[in-house]
Design a protein around this ligand. Structure first.
Ligand SMILES: [Zn+2]
Length: 52
């Protein structure tokens, strides 16, 4: 279940991000960083390590 905390930076600066099928939460603090790292082929695990 989603804890209403950012899984990456553990901040609470979240917003609702709607996609075509599901509602997701995005983080205002690290969303851009996470996206960039994903584009660079990093896994969620790696991203969490970097941001934490
Ligand atoms: Zn975050």
């Amino acid at each position: 279940m989603f804890s209403k905390k950012c899984p990456y930076c553990r901040g609470k600066n979240l917003y609702l991000k709607q996609t075509s099928l599901v509602v997701k939460y995005g983080c205002r603090d690290c969303d851009k960083k996470v996206k960039l790292m994903r584009e660079n082929g990093m896994s969620d695990k790696d991203i969490m390590k970097v941001i934490k």
